[in-house]
Design a binder for this molecule. Structure first.
Ligand code: PEP
Ligand code: MG
Length: 556
């Protein structure tokens, strides 16, 4: 056997025969058009319109995050600046096919150069171009293969239009050779619970029908697996399925130590599913999603309604809402400067809010009003509000003081910057609680952009430097009797969840789909075990050895 490394999405494992996505359509030739520019323009308009409507229809069928992604893609197809790029080429005598190909490619290069979130949208643009060109040629759009049996889908990168309608009875797992952990393939795979590995550059060498194991937890594709490896993978998949169907109990260790398991949500309509999966509250409500699609900040009334829905779904339970975290990977045109050289080190999170205090004040107003609305209609939720990207004690007191002005009783901060972790004893004297955002804490500790595939291997929260900062924060919380939750992706890794509790985390918040695995794993260890396993991980030199050390300590 041999392995192909990549970035695993989720913790699943699956096996099956490979089916490769068809190669993209060949690029059209740059020959002069036999038709008039006017006729070619009409052809392009018809094709773009048809593709945009088809994307919207697929979105409506798929629902959820897929709908948002496909609607965004449809908008991209009809973007006016793209249209004028196409028109310029048509006016110069190009064919419709070439004009679309060339204009989209130049737009793609612009996005790639911007990098980050926009760079990762470049693949979406390629997909739209392919669909339009296929339509112009009267050919079917390239898409997911149908070998007639369940398969492991291998592609360069998947377009949202393809992932949205994947037949989950047929697709056992996904492997892409491009795409990072925040690509749409990754986002949608996470949402649908598909076993996936992205950014596996060597996947290009996989052949149709060869059997592979896709081990997302380990971040590898195993090729030419032995019978024994296939059996082991099969047993792991079974154990996972059993964990998912185990009775839902409150999060706890084997010795009864309570570890509340909470949900990370971006929209109130995810609440019902989270509750069904046993979320004991919300540990992170990312309010950016209310803002991302608008060109202006939503009004207080719009925000109030959204927060009201959220709080009403969790009456009697804790709900931690994060103030708007704009900037870097989540830029907002009306709040952030598009020209920062290093947006992750710029005016993001609380810094951006402080520079636009009216937006923060409106958000706090909407939250306080929504809380009052829900209280007036029955049992209230336990509303906690926290600030993102806090890097100093002074910022902590600024935020807590402001939140109190609006009657917010529990105000805290996210620990995402090493400075806040190192001074957690002082930060937590000001704040009512801390919530560790391991995604950013890892990015800033290892100096590795969380959106960049080329440094994805650094972006590993198992790194002992990250664990050490978490321990410092956990200890400060224990000394002061203040809660320290975890709300980054790390909390969704079952063994790491045990380590985090051993380092002092008092609650864990994650994507609802991860709750069952984490719940089942916590129940296997007592607090003393968790501390011992954490010590083993902390003593390692790097993330990979920390993982191995924790695994060994967990089975000792
Ligand atoms: C984090 O950084 O870990 C976090 C939870 O916040 P976000 O991923 O939204 O930046
Ligand atoms: Mg963050």
């Amino acid at each position: 056997m041999s392995t192909i490394p990549g970035v695993g999405i989720g913790l699943g494992v699956a096996q099956g025969p490979v089916a490769r996505m068809a190669a993209p359509l060949p690029a059209p030739a740059n020959d002069p058009s036999p038709l008039s520019a006017q006729d070619e323009t009409a052809r392009v308009r018809e094709a773009v319109h048809a593709v945009a409507r088809e994307l919207e229809e697929r979105g409506a069928l798929a629902g959820g995050a897929a709908r948002d992604v496909l609607e965004a893609q449809a908008m991209m197809a009809e973007d006016p600046s793209l249209e004028s790029e196409v028109d310029t080429r048509l006016a110069a005598g190009a064919t419709a096919e070439w004009a679309v190909h060339d204009a989209f490619a130049s737009f793609r290069d612009t996005l790639t150069a911007v990098g980050g979130y926009l760079g990762e949208r470049a693949a979406d643009l390629d997909d739209v171009a392919q669909r339009v060109i296929a339509r112009l040629r009267g050919e079917p759009a390239p898409g997911v293969p149908d070998p007639g049996h369940p398969f492991v889908l291998v592609a360069t990168d998947l377009a949202p239009a393809d992932t949205a309608l994947l037949d989950l009875d047929q697709v056992l797992a996904l492997i892409t050779s491009e795409g990072g952990p925040t690509s749409h393939t990754a986002i949608l795979a996470r949402e649908k619970g598909i076993v996936a590995i992205v950014g596996a550059a060597e996947a290009a060498r996989l052949a149709d029908d060869e059997t592979v194991i896709v081990d997302a937890a380990a971040g590898v594709v195993v090729t030419e697996p032995t019978e024994e490896e296939l059996q082991r993978a099969h047993n792991r998949a079974d154990a996972r399925a059993n964990a998912a169907s185990a009775p839902i109990t409150p999060g706890a260790l084997a010795d009864g130590t309570a570890v509340p398991l909470l949900a990370n949500l971006g929209k109130p309509d995810g609440a019902a599913e989270a509750v069904e999966l046993g979320a004991e509250g919300v540990g992170l409500f990312r309010t950016e999603f209310l803002f991302l699609s608008s060109t202006n900040a939503p009004t207080v009334a719009q925000q109030r309604e959204s927060y009201r829905q959220l709080l009403a779904a969790f009456r009697g339970k804790k709900v931690v809402v994060r103030a708007l975290d704009a900037g870097a990977d989540k830029p907002l045109a009306f709040l952030n400067d598009a020209h920062e050289e290093n947006p992750a080190l710029g005016l993001r999170g609380l810094r951006a809010l402080r520079a636009n205090e009216d937006i923060l004040r409106e958000q706090l107003t909407a939250l306080a009003e929504a809380d009052a609305d829900v209280r007036a209609g029955g049992e209230a939720a336990d509303l906690w509000v926290m600030a993102p990207m806090v890097s100093t004690v002074e910022e902590t007191s600024y935020f807590v003081t402001l939140a109190r002005e609006y009657g917010i009783k529990t105000a805290g901060v996210m620990v995402e910057v090493p400075s806040s972790a190192l001074l957690a004893d002082r930060v937590l004297r000001e704040a009512d609680f801390a919530s560790i955002g391991t995604n950013d804490l890892t990015q800033y500790t290892l100096a590795a952009d969380r959106l960049l595939g080329s440094v994805a291997s650094f972006q590993d929260p198992w790194h002992p430097a990250v664990l050490s900062l978490i321990r410092t924060t956990g200890r400060a919380g224990a000394d002061l009797g203040k809660p320290v939750g975890i709300c980054g992706e790390a909390a969704a890794d079952p063994l790491l969840a045990v380590v985090l509790v051993g380092l002092g985390a008092t609650s864990l918040s994650m994507a609802p789909s991860a709750l069952a695995d984490v719940r089942a794993t916590l129940l296997q260890y007592g607090l003393d075990d968790a501390r011992r396993i954490a010590e083993a991980a902390l003593a390692a030199n790097d993330a990979a050895s920390a993982r191995i050390a924790a695994r060994e300590a967990a089975t000792a």
